[in-house]
Ligand binder design. Structure first.
Ligand code: ADP
Length: 316
């Protein structure tokens, strides 16, 4: 496939005989933003270090735009921009000075450096901060500088470790918008602990637990798990659970507080309309019917506790 940017092939990393990352495979294509999630110690940083060529895998391989990281590390690394959790900023420099150094480190040709600095500043909303010392910038603007250095050489793949940690809500919104923009023409891998962030920014999600992928799929698939097969129904004149169980597809019915009931239904059934019809026919006084959403946190907990056997096939 032509626009395949990252191929992680059966990546394994051992520390002292223990597998920190175990047989992890996935692909990423241009224009995809991948959210990389997992509890602490799950293997996220270890995987990212292998993807960026900072750590050799014990087994498996990484290819960036088809270039093997072990065989051709210089060429492969040139296609990656990386913002580690600890921002690599020299705070005593101005934004212009620092980005010029970053461009040199990323081997941008001398004649192209000025243009590369201008473009990165423009994309990250930093143009008006050009002459400011980095140490005098707010946390959010320092983060923009960190992202600007990661994209200065226009890499195909941008890897961002916890990019919104420690920012205020307005800064978070701005950085998320920026990441989405970057994701339109690069591939972005974003590690985060914040589930709504994944929902807002990513189109693809990967959850790692104890070194193994326990979920690898589209954000839609994750959202579907969230909606589940439950309904929350309000009746002025609530029926007995047994009455609801008469309706085809309803597998469980539970009475809650304030005349509310929770109904579970079997896979591939949609008993919603039958419930409304039964309510009208029997005078149950239906005033509300809505999907009962599991929180993303609950989905995450379910996935990280369930057996790793349920991994979806990677999407090419
Ligand atoms: P995460 O980034 O998801 O928090 P890590 O990739 O940092 O997880 O760690 C995965 C596992 O590997 C953890 O059990 C951690 O203790 C272990 N680990 C990480 N780095 C080292 C190291 N340099 N030496 C030994 N064990 C390590």
């Amino acid at each position: 496939m032509t626009n395949l940017t990252v191929e992680a092939i059966e990546l394994t990393r051992l520390y002292g005989g223990r597998e920190a990352v175990s047989n992890v495979s996935f692909n990423l294509t241009q224009g995809q933003v991948l959210g990389f999630l997992g509890p602490n110690g799950a293997g996220k940083s270890t995987t990212m270090k292998m993807l960026t060529g900072n750590l050799a895998p014990s087994a498996g391989s990484v290819k960036i735009c088809g270039i093997d990281m072990i065989e051709n590390p210089k060429e492969a690394k040139a296609l990656i921009g990386y913002l580690p959790e600890m921002r690599p900023l020299y705070k005593e420099f101005t934004v212009d000075e620092y980005l010029t150094i970053a461009a040199r480190l990323h081997r941008v040709a001398s004649r192209n450096i000025k243009k590369a600095v201008e473009t990165a500043k423009e994309r990250c909303g930093l143009t008006h901060m050009s002459k400011r010392l980095i140490e005098n910038l707010s946390n959010g603007y320092q983060q923009r500088v960190g992202i600007a250095q990661a994209i200065i050489h226009n890499p195909m793949v941008v890897i961002l470790d916890e990019p919104t940690v420690g920012l205020d809500p307005i800064q978070i919104r701005d950085i998320r918008t920026l990441i989405r923009e970057i994701g339109t023409d690069h591939s972005v891998i974003l590690s985060t602990h914040i589930l709504p962030e994944v929902e807002m920014v990513c189109d693809h999600v990967q959850i790692i637990d104890k070194g193994k992928l326990v979920f690898n799929g589209g954000i839609d698939v994750l959202k579907r798990q969230r909606v589940g097969n439950k309904l929350l129904i309000g009746f002025n004149n609530a029926p007995a659970p047994a009455d609801l169980l008469q309706i085809a597809g309803v597998s469980e019915a539970e009475t809650l507080e304030n005349n509310m009931m929770r109904v579970r239904f079997a896979e591939n059934t949609t008993p919603h309309e039958s419930i409304v019809q039964a309510a009208v026919k029997n005078g149950w006084g239906l005033y509300q019917i809505a999907p009962d959403q599991t929180s993303l946190e609950d989905v995450f907990v379910q996935l990280t506790y369930q057996d790793a056997a349920a991994v979806e096939t990677p999407v090419a």
